[in-house]
Design a protein around this ligand. Sequence first.
Ligand SMILES: Cc1cc2nc3c(=O)[nH]c(=O)nc-3n(C[C@H](O)[C@H](O)[C@H](O)COP(=O)(O)OP(=O)(O)OC[C@H]3O[C@@H](n4cnc5c(N)ncnc54)[C@H](O)[C@@H]3O)c2cc1C
Length: 230
Amino acid sequence: MRTLCLYTANLFNKAHKDAKYEGIIGLLTPICKAYCSEQGFNVSVEALQAHGGYGYCTEYGVEQFVRDTKIATIYEGTNAIQAIDFVMRKILKDGGKALGALTQEIVTAVGALDESKFKKEKDLFTKVLMSAQTTMQQLSGYAKNNQYNLILQNCTDFLQFASQMVLGWKLLESAVLADQKIPGASAEDKKYYESKVTDFRIYCNQFLIHNLSIAKTITDFTDDMTTLEI
Ligand SMILES: Cc1cc2nc3c(=O)[nH]c(=O)nc-3n(C[C@H](O)[C@H](O)[C@H](O)COP(=O)(O)OP(=O)(O)OC[C@H]3O[C@@H](n4cnc5c(N)ncnc54)[C@H](O)[C@@H]3O)c2cc1C
C-alpha cells in the first residue's frame, strides 16, 4: 500500500509535465483512499486479535489503533462513495480509457514474468486479468441498459477487485526487481530482496486469489436488492 501511494504521488509530479497521467491519477486515488484505509483498519483489528485480551484493554494501546484507523474509512468521502466515484466517473464516464491504459501496463508486466520462477503467480494473475475483463463487461452492460441500481450494488466489490489487482502488480514489480538483484547481493541485502519475492508469492496466494471469487460475485449477481421484499 505504501508503494502504491508513493507511486501515485509521483504521478502527480509527472502530471505537471504531461497531462496524460491525470486519468490514471484519478483512477488510483479512490484505490489509495478507500482500499488502503479499509486495510489499515483490518490490520489494526488483526493486531488487536493477535494480542488477545490484552489487545482489547485500553492500557496496551492496540485498541486505540482500531478506533483511530476507522475514521479514515468514513471521512474524506466514505469508502462506499469512493467506490461509486471509481466505477461511475473514473471508469464508465471516462469510457474505460484510464482503466484500459492501466490494465495494459499490468498485462505487459504479467506477460514478462519469468515462468521458471513465477509460474503459479503468472497463471493466477492471467486468470485475474481475464476476470477483470468479464466483470467490466458486466458493469458496462448494466450501464448500456440504464440498470444503474445493479452497478451501484457492485461498486464496492469491484473497487476491492481492482485494488487487489493493482497492489498485486506493484508487488510483482518489486519482486521482479528484487529477484534480479539477488545474485551478487550481500547476505543482508539478499535477505531483504528474498523477502520481496516472498511478499509477492504470499500476496498472490492469500489475497489476489480472492479476486476470482469477487469476480464471480459480480458476474453471478442477479438480485437487485432494492427490489427485494424484506
Ligand atoms: C472525526 C470526524 C472529523 C470530520 N472532519 C471533517 C472536516 O474536517 N470537514 C468536513 O467537511 N467534514 C468532516 N467530517 C464529516 C465527514 O466527512 C462525514 O462524516 C462523511 O462524509 C460521511 O458523511 P455522513 O457522516 O453524513 O454519513 P452518511 O452520508 O449519512 O453515510 C452513512 C453511511 O452510508 C453510506 N452511504 C451513504 N450514501 C451512500 C450511497 N449513495 N451508496 C452507498 N453507501 C452510501 C456511507 O458510506 C456511510 O457508511 C468529519 C467526520 C468525523 C467523524
